[in-house]
Design a protein around this ligand. Structure first.
Ligand code: SF4
Length: 340
């Protein structure tokens, strides 16, 4: 099924896609940078609508979302594509479609109703739009998310934040939680390593602020890559920015492993993540979690006031949850930020 895309307008003989910051000008019979939106006779078509390349029942902690109904499951889905071309992408086999269109865009269709039914059958509290970049399958996200709401299923959007303001506004009507990658605090990193245009960092920061203003639950992830974005200065810039937005936003700091086009760099050491953790604490962040590496530091949730253990985790598994159904610290009564 060809699905007419949302978020575009016509400009003489071109189509201008208004979905992500690239704002591709697309000639007839051509596609945008993401490779999944095509100008067919002056109409923009979403080529990946309902063509799911991945589905899984994941603990919500795997997204990662640590303060959003811990220990529940998310029915995770992805269609192919991404607007960015991060050299370190861990899911590049499904996010980068160029040259692999046949494999990724000719799949049998899974309609939104079937996704909702699967989420119900697998006892999932939420549907997660994840693994690739859900912005580039926005039409499917919206159809599925609005339907899911009718069945009291929550929706979570795991994204690079590289989408235009109007898209955030629309998502705010159906998404209950976001995890957004803040990949760097350098515009140069976004352009050289991720293929973004200059000025993208500021726009992503604006989107984070917009999500926060709308009072939708937000967690932020940063993957630290040796020599590219792991200087203490940059760690502090990121932590400061998050703290200015809200010190209660959980910050997931994550380890890089050699992947895709960055096979020449070593994995991130636990020492580097500890530096980021300490800097985040110095900047006042209340919840910092370390991911992608085996460590006891930064996996549990503690009360920021009385410091008692509230949620204990082993990997993505919650082994103890004292916040379930209440969201207040049982020792001192402090309201813990999140949805519980
Ligand atoms: S989603 Fe982004 S990359 Fe894809 S066509 Fe639209 S503007 Fe271009």
């Amino acid at each position: 099924m060809s699905k007419k895309a949302l978020f575009y307008h016509k400009e003489s003989e071109f189509i201008r896609c208004d979905l992500c910051f690239h704002g591709c000008r697309i000639k007839k019979a051509e596609k945008g940078i993401c490779g999944v939106r095509e100008n067919r006779g002056g109409v923009l078509i979403s080529l990946n609508y309902a063509k799911l390349v991945a589905t899984a029942r994941d603990p919500i902690e795997k997204k990662p979302l640590y303060h959003f109904y811990p220990a529940t499951y998310a029915y995770s889905i992805a269609a192919a594509g991404c607007g960015l071309k991060c050299k370190f992408c861990q899911n590049w086999t499904i996010s980068q479609v160029q040259g692999r269109e046949k494999e990724l865009l000719s799949l049998p269709e899974v309609q939104p109703q079937e996704v909702v039914e699967a989420a119900l059958n697998y006892n999932c509290a939420s549907i997660a739009y994840t693994y690739t970049e859900p912005t580039v399958f926005i039409e499917y996200v919206l159809d599925t998310a609005f339907l899911a709401k009718e069945y009291h299923i929550l929706n979570v959007f795991i994204s690079n934040g590289f989408m235009q303001k109007e898209v955030v506004k629309e998502l705010a009507n159906c998404i209950d939680a976001f995890n957004i990658d803040l990949k760097s605090f350098s515009d140069r990193f976004y352009s050289k390593i991720c293929g973004a245009e200059e000025g993208s960092l500021l726009k992503i920061l604006d989107n984070l602020a917009a999500i926060k203003e709308k009072d939708i639950w937000l967690e932020i992830t940063t993957l630290f890559i040796p020599s590219l974005n792991d200087s203490p200065r940059e760690m502090r810039q990121i932590a400061k920015f998050i703290a200015q937005l809200d010190k209660n936003i959980p910050w997931h700091i994550s380890a890089f492993y050699p992947s895709y086009k960055l096979l020449n760099l070593p994995p991130t050491s636990s020492e580097v993540l500890k530096v980021a953790y300490d800097i985040g604490k110095e900047e006042g962040l209340r919840f910092i979690y370390i991911g992608n590496i085996v460590t006891k530091l930064g996996s549990n949730t503690y009360c920021p006031f009385c410091h008692n253990l509230l949620v204990e985790r082993e990997g993505f598994w919650v082994v103890k949850n004292l916040l379930e159904g209440r969201g207040n610290c049982p020792y001192c009564g402090l309201k813990i930020a999140g949805r519980f």
